[in-house]
Write a new protein. Sequence first.
Length: 268
Amino acid sequence: MADLFRINTNIQALRALTTLQNINTEITQVQESISTGKAVNRASDKPSTYYIGKLFETSISKHVANQIEVERGIDFLETQNTRMDQVAEIVIELQDLVFTADSGAVSSAEQQAISREIALLVSEIDTILQSGVSSAIFTSMTIGNLSNVSISGGAMSTTTLSIQNSSLIVTGNAGQFTTATNNLSTALSSILQAEETVGAWIHRLGFELDDLVATEIADRASLSTIIDADLAEQQVRLGSLQILQQTSLIGLIGANSAPGAIINLITS
């Protein structure tokens, strides 16, 4: 009551003003939370919560980066698998040509024509293996959390597969036909085994990707629990603060007008 008679410093008005300022600050924070969807927008809101949230965001970013790396790795391996499948299809076609050339009903001229076609197909295989199948697939790679992703046996070529023109002669004796057939069979087996290995790596990387996605979702759920605002709760809180803002304004007006009573006392 004594504060009422101290005109120079209106303590009641200052207290009412402080209360109003605090309420206005809270209203600003709530409105920001509603507009951003976050309960914590800066370190000053809740320092420890903000810090933990940033750790989760860093973890999520790492998971996303790993997912991209694994997806690119899968795409790379699938490309290599497609190229090797092309080679396998050509080898099967070569087998058919050799079998045809070995037929007693085929003339020498037809064997010459088949031989030229075989040379063109061998050239195509060489092109695919040299420029289409990356040499990186035959060396140890790290994709995501998987290391030593590779195909054993070294890089493929028409020489290492023994399917160069000199190994696929179809214009000679029966022994050369047998050699060509055996070489093609061995080459096809090697290519299919390489495809099987690539397919196994792709399958395994698929599980790796699923795990990364699941971990990311779990981290996002935890981050949401810590950072995200309950908009319904924030809206209710805003309504309450707006009412308090109005009552504080009324209190401030009353506190400012109280010294007038002293004037009336003095002048009466």
